[in-house]
Write a protein that binds this ligand. Structure first.
Ligand code: TRP
Length: 461
């Protein structure tokens, strides 16, 4: 029999779970990563593959991850070990949890650096730095900023402290309160930005760019584009490393997993598309480059804030909300590590949070130095930050996703998933089982193998 509560606490209501899980999902991945990755691969075709990945791979795996978490009600490492041995399978399944912890450290390290950019831009916007700025000046401002290691370090440190503070306070009082009002506020402000961009930018160009797929444009980059779209889906939905699993472990037993998951994935996707619609009209109206890389959002939005009335206020507010979105995501990255340290090492929550936060902070320093002092050190043509990003989103999270799908579809008996999902055994359940047993693991495996060059078919990374 699986436990009905977790020792770390429980979400007080079903809404709290939706808010927390969508707080985890919605973050820099939507507003910072999605637009520039789409821009790197020419827009429409990428967006279409991304949407397919969310629907056919992301949603079924998210259901599986929440389900496993709720059944185990422990940190991902212990949940996987317990559930596997209940089925008479090898405890080595706990390796999935360990891989998740590695991912958590790697992601959190660069995530905190980028969240630091957001903090800095909030202050700059508020101080009126962007007033009247043109594309060239915005570009120069950004480049000067990422060249300044001390500034990056200061903001990275502040953000990591914020993350540790919330996680140290615990699930109900820390995590839950944080997401309650930030999510709706971010949503409203994004709508304001989209409206502004539509009225003042090139909306038609942006719509064509994002929603008119042109596969010919991908050319020999198709394999890399598909890998990146899939990686983006895992990253944006917080899948494949145990964050959603641990959040599922705090979910009450009677909540509908399918319904909640679909709501979360829909919100996450909507926010990403809205971010695209806020940014690309400005990109095209100002003749900017969609493939500007990780700086895209930070180079484009200041131009809009600089020319709109009340831009200092709206700019500061926008970046503030983005900080909050990043914050509610970063806490979900730290939570699986902290839960493990509390369960297996007997640490207090506070000690576990400080210790793991410090670890990620140290790794983050390597990430931020890769943008300036260490910029000539590269592996596979990538600096530390890019490498961590690529390794996690495009390789480790999809691998974790395969394992989660296989575990939920093949290791857990049918009865267990029928009971846990509580949606009967009708069409919905059968579709989920088909996706999680065959479609998701095979599709992810093919994309990964292709990217590694094992399959010569679609063109390599
Ligand atoms: N999904 C978040 C975003 O889009 C980032 C994130 C939080 C994450 N938790 C995660 C990514 C777990 C991968 C795995 O910004």
């Amino acid at each position: 029999m699986s436990p009905s509560t977790s020792i770390h606490g429980m979400w007080s209501t079903r809404l709290a779970f939706i808010l927390a899980a969508s707080g985890s999902a919605v973050g820099l991945g939507n507003v910072w990563r999605f637009p520039y990755t789409a821009g790197e691969y020419g827009g429409g075709a990428f967006v279409l593959v991304y949407l397919l990945c969310v629907a056919c791979i992301g949603i079924p795996i998210m259901m599986a991850e929440v389900m496993i978490g709720r059944r185990g009600r422990q940190s991902p490492i212990n949940t996987m070990r317990t559930l596997a041995s209940q089925e008479g399978k090898t405890p080595a399944w706990s390796l999935l949890g360990w891989m998740g912890i590695l991912c958590a450290f790697l992601i959190l390290s660069f995530y905190s650096v980028i969240a630091g950019w957001t903090l800095a831009y909030m202050v700059r916007a508020g101080a009126g730095v962007f007033t009247g700025i043109d594309a060239a000046a915005s570009d120069a401002l950004f480049n000067a900023f990422v060249g300044n290691a001390e500034a990056l370090l200061a903001w990275h440190t502040i953000f990591m402290v914020l993350t540790v503070l919330v996680v140290a306070r615990g699930v109900a009082s820390g995590l839950e309160q944080a997401v309650r009002w930030m999510m709706p506020a971010l949503f409203v402000l994004l709508l304001v930005m989209v409206a502004y961009a539509a009225l003042n930018g090139d909306l038609g160009g942006a719509l064509r760019y994002l929603f008119q797929p042109d596969f010919a444009e991908l050319g020999d980059k198709a394999g890399a584009a598909i890998l990146s779209a899939m990686g983006q889906a895992f990253f944006s939905l917080s899948l494949g490393m145990g964050a959603i699993m641990i959040y599922g472990s705090y979910l009450k037993s009677d909540a509908s997993i399918a319904q909640n998951t679909i709501i979360i994935a829909a919100m996450d996707t909507l926010v990403a598309l809205l971010a695209g619609l806020a940014i690309f009209p400005i990109v095209f109206a100002h003749g900017l480059e969609p493939a500007a890389g990780p700086g895209l959002v930070f180079k484009t939005l200041p131009i809009a804030f600089g020319e709109m009335p009340g831009g200092s206020f709206f700019g500061a507010l926008f970046f503030l909300l983005l900080v909050f979105a990043a914050w509610t995501s970063s806490i979900s990255l730290l939570e699986p590590i902290v839960a493990y340290l509390v369960e297996n090492r007997g640490f207090s929550r506070v000690r576990a949070s400080v210790l793991s936060g410090t670890g990620a902070w140290l790794l983050g320093i390597a990430c931020l130095l890769s943008l300036n002092a260490w910029s000539e050190y590269t592996l596979l043509g990538k600096g530390v930050l890019d490498l961590f990003d690529f390794l996690t989103a495009n390789i480790l999270l999809p691998l974790g996703g395969i394992l989660i799908a296989v575990f939920a579809g093949w290791v857990l008996p049918r009865r267990a998933s029928v009971d846990e999902l509580g949606m009967g055994e009708g069409l919905g359940y059968r579709l989920w089982r088909l996706l999680v047993r065959y479609v998701a693991p095979l599709a992810v495996a093919v994309v990964l193998l292709n990217a590694l060059g094992v399959l010569p078919a679609i063109g390599q990374v």
